[in-house]
Design a binder for this molecule. Sequence first.
Ligand SMILES: [Zn+2]
Length: 333
Amino acid sequence: MKNYTLYIITFLLLAAPQIKAEKPTIVATASMFSDMAKNIAGDKMNIELIVPIGGDPHLYKPTPKDAKMVVNADLILKNGLTFEGWLDELIENSGTKASVILTTQGINPIKSLTYDSPDPHAWMNAQNGLKYAENIKNGIVALDPANKDFYEKNYNTYSAEIKQLDEYILTQISKIPEAQRILVTSHDAFQYYGKRYGIQLESVLGTSTDADVQTQDILQLIEIIRQSKVAAIFTETTINPKQMEQIAKDNGVVVGGSLYADSIGKPGSDGDSYINMLKANTDKIVAGLTGKLSNATEANNDNTPSSGFPLSAILIGLLLVGAMLFMFRKMNR
Ligand SMILES: [Zn+2]
């Protein structure tokens, strides 16, 4: 029996790293795209992420660790449309042999309202999300054609979920009285969303977050808030909320919650996947703009994990303790 236990331990030690190394590696710039890739690749590929959840891809500065990640990649997912301005240089300097997929391929870009460049936030329209998923699926299949059926099946399930999401958003937004369909946020990440689902957009910053806020822009925004009598304005999870909170306070409107734009939420939050982030945004926007929130019940920023340990972590912990006790008993015999 002793030999048997030793055999298991040796096997686990030797096998674990090898199983990992055999899988192809996908590197995504932002968490929306790594989440999409996970839904399609399942456990057959390693998915790695450059800009951590909650980070701002517009302002991101790559680290030596990122260069290593890119070197070891087999497939890199790039949004393009000026979203990750730092990526091309990172790829070039690393000398990686990975293939690069442009996830926005086939999408009609909207022109930025503030810059002479395309607006990168195409994923905010769930119909574009379908295109992202298709492009990522094609990249994954090209990387591992032997498992094509597996990826196609995952892709079909996933795209059906995205279609449902698109329907959900259309239905929910239609509940907001038309005159109240004005979304005031920190930066201009919601043009694709607004165009698809019928909401007018106003923001303090442009389509990137690296510009200085002009007093004139704030005054203009305050004028819009006063004239339109919107019930709520919104902060974003990747941008300091102070300014929007001050504007809300000064103008007697509610902060309708923190929206997800350039990152999904942390595990356990209401926006912890691409689908959940758009759903959570929609629920907050509808609640805020239909006046369902009062100052007393102001929406919390939901970008923090909800309650303590996830159940899965507790179960794994219990299993580990059980296995150790079992082995100790066997060894002491
Ligand atoms: Zn953005």
